[in-house]
Structure formats: C-alpha cells, structure tokens
Ligand binder design. Structure first.
Ligand code: FES
Ligand SMILES: [Fe+2]
Length: 374
C-alpha cells in the first residue's frame, strides 16, 4: 500500500485561535496512515458509546458494538453485574455474539466452547483429555465499562480515567432537556453506510451554518436565529428554542414544545432531544475505514412503540434530514480529493452566532492533540 504521510504533522494554516484558523488539512480526511493513528490514539483510548441502559437491563442481555476492528460485547451477568468483553472466543478466535439479545450462556459457533455470562469458561469439549488445561486461563478478556447519563460506554484503555470525570457537566446538561433518560425505551434504529471519513460526518453535525441552505424544514422546526453552540472540554452543546408547531418537518404535539438540544461527545457520538414529547436520539458515528462510516440513529421514547407524532419525526429524519446531510458529506469527501483544495477557512465570528463554525475548531483541536500533532 502506498501510504501518503508527508503532511501528517504539517498543519498548514490551522491555528490555535479559532478566529484565525483554517480547517485541518485534507489528508486528515483521506490518508490511511492518519486513520491508523486515529484508531490507536483516539478510538482505543476514548470512551465509546454502546447503548442505552434499558437495552441491557435483564440478566443475560447483551449488545455488541464494533470499535473499528475490535468487536466488543456488553452483557449483564446473572448476579446483575454489567461487564464488557472482547467479543472473541479464547479457543481459536471465532466471534461469539452478534447484534443484541438475551442468553443464559455464550456458546461459540465454531467448536461449542461455552462461557458463563460473567465471562468465565464453562465447558470446552474434551478439556479433561488435554494435559494441564486450566479453564480459568480462558475467561473472556474484560474491557472497561461505565454507565453515564443513562447510557453505556466502553473504553479499551485499561488506564482510562472515568467518563464521568472526563465529561464534566454533560449528564446534568442533558437532564435539563430530557428529565428521565434512563426511563425511556428503545423504539427504533435507522442505519446508514456513508462514503465519508468520520470527521467529515462529525464536522457536519457541529455547525448549523449549512442549515438555512440545506435543511429548509429543520430551520422551520427550530428557531434558527437563536441556535447556539457552546464548547466544553470534551463535548459541545447545540441548542435552539423550538420553531413553529406546524413546521414543515413534523407536527409537534400540543403543549410546551421543548427546545431542540443536541450534544456531541468526543469522539463520535451525539445525543439529540427534538421538539415534541419526551425523547432522546443517539447518532453514533462509527468509522469503518479512512473514507467509510457507519451511522446508527437510535430513538428512545416513553414507550417502545412510537406514537403517530414520533413516527412522523422518525420519518422526517430518515427521509429528509439524513439524506440531506449524507449528500453533503459524501460530496465533501469527493471534494477533499480535489487537487484544487487543501484547507478551508473556518467561519468563526466573535459573537459565536448560529452561523459560526467554532464547534469544528474545538473538535479539530481535540483530534490534533490526541494524535500528538498539535
Ligand atoms: S473458536 Fe470458539 S470454540 Fe473454537
Ligand atoms: Fe445538517
């Protein structure tokens, strides 16, 4: 493979001051060598989103997640202890569980080794005939797990500091807009495979400069002129009062409409409260390669069966908002290969207005710092 890395540490016109800064150079969005560094320095060091607590509430419930090339399973043990493991058999490395579900024990599909839900090896066919075989040696390898703000996160770095210490006031901020996140139930998942680098997708989430141009219904759903982005250590908030109840996106039920409130948490998950009845949605942006990204858009409502209004909101996001954004980021990804482009100026204004792109600068600086490039 011909890996281009000559620009790895050349930040060009990126500046520590957001008001003077350009974007990170285009290689950061395309170079396999930079992606390989991000995998180790960012995704294998950060707290990665897995699911809502209700999705692993019962003994034996499990949810799997991929962190680039690492397959992880979160599972609740019989004694009500939640654990995370590398989702791989200790025998000859077959993957163990798929998707999500509930099980009394884990059976490997290859040679039927079985594991308890606490990760200990239960049986290996023929183990008594193998000299010195110690079942204890073959328990599943555990990964750090933390419940935070009603959600489950894992971290592959055994020395990682706790998420609640790293995320600061995020959980309290979310509570201010969605009072009972743990009480909501999983209602729907939308899935998208996007031909774009994960940072390109995050960038798009972090600014509403494009909203008036690209999202005519969204700027009707929210009060766009009062859309504000604030940055914190490891997250940013994107908050707006509601727009018109008979907006072009979906009908907001009668009663107080609630704000649009969204948060991006390092490195690649967003939590969103849309105007309407109690809800939170999670947009999990998962890199699958230097220029490919998997997105899950999960909806959590008061009830697992969406109401008519909630169904309308899901349809709006699936049929309108997501295609609008995916079209943008895929075009940008193609544009990043152009010989006529390297870095663009971040449109950051002093007032941090609704058009300001300071959220991107905050994100780009975190990426560069974590890579050791800044
Ligand atoms: S790889 Fe799992 S039992 Fe052999
Ligand atoms: Fe958008």
């Amino acid at each position: 493979m011909n890996v281009v890395s000559r620009h790895v540490c050349d930040l060009g016109r990126f500046d520590a001051d957001p008001e003077k800064s350009y974007t990170i150079p285009k290689e950061y969005y395309t170079d396999p060598a930079i992606f390989a560094r991000e995998k180790e320095a960012i995704f294998f060091k950060a707290w990665n989103y897995v699911c809502h607590t209700s999705q692993v509430a019962e003994a034996g419930a499990y949810v799997t997640v991929r962190i680039i090339d690492q397959n992880i399973v979160v599972m609740r043990g019989q004694a009500d202890v939640l654990r995370a493991f590398y989702n791989v058999c200790s025998h000859r490395a077959h993957e163990l569980l798929h998707g999500c579900g509930q099980t009394r024990m884990v059976t490997c599909p290859y040679h039927a080794w079985t594991y308890h839900t606490d990760g200990k090896l239960r049986t290996a066919v023929g183990q008594k005939r193998v000299e010195g075989f110690e079942a204890d040696e073959f328990a599943l390898k555990q990964v750090k797990l933390e419940e935070y703000a009603g959600f489950i996160f894992v971290n592959l770095d055994p020395d990682a500091s706790p998420l609640h210490a790293e995320a600061g006031s995020l959980a309290d901020d979310i509570k201010g807009y969605c009072a009972d996140v743990p009480g909501l139930k999983f209602a729907h998942r939308l899935t998208y495979e996007i031909k774009a680098n994960w940072k390109n997708v995050v960038d798009n989430f972090l600014e509403c400069y494009h909203c008036s141009v690209a999202h005519p219904a969204f700027v009707d759903l929210v009060d766009i002129k009062n859309y504000h982005t604030k940055t914190y250590d490891l997250y940013s908030s994107h908050i707006s009062p509601p727009g018109r109840s008979d907006n072009a996106a979906y009908q907001i039920p009668d009663g107080p409409a609630g704000n649009f409130a969204a948060w991006w948490l390092w490195p690649s998950v967003t939590f969103n409260v849309f105007p309407g009845s109690a809800n939170i949605t999670v947009l999990h942006i998962q890199p699958t390669g230097p220029e490919t990204t998997l997105e899950h858009f999960d909806f959590f409502f008061a009830d697992a069966t969406p109401t008519e209004g909630e169904r309308q909101a899901i349809d709006y996001i699936d049929k309108v908002l997501q295609p609008e954004d995916i079209g943008l980021v895929e075009s940008v990804q193609r544009g990043l290969h152009s010989r006529g482009y390297n870095q663009g100026r971040l449109m950051v204004d002093k007032d941090r207005s609704y058009n300001s792109e300071h959220g991107l600068h905050h994100f780009h600086a975190l990426v560069l710092k974590q890579l050791g490039d800044l």
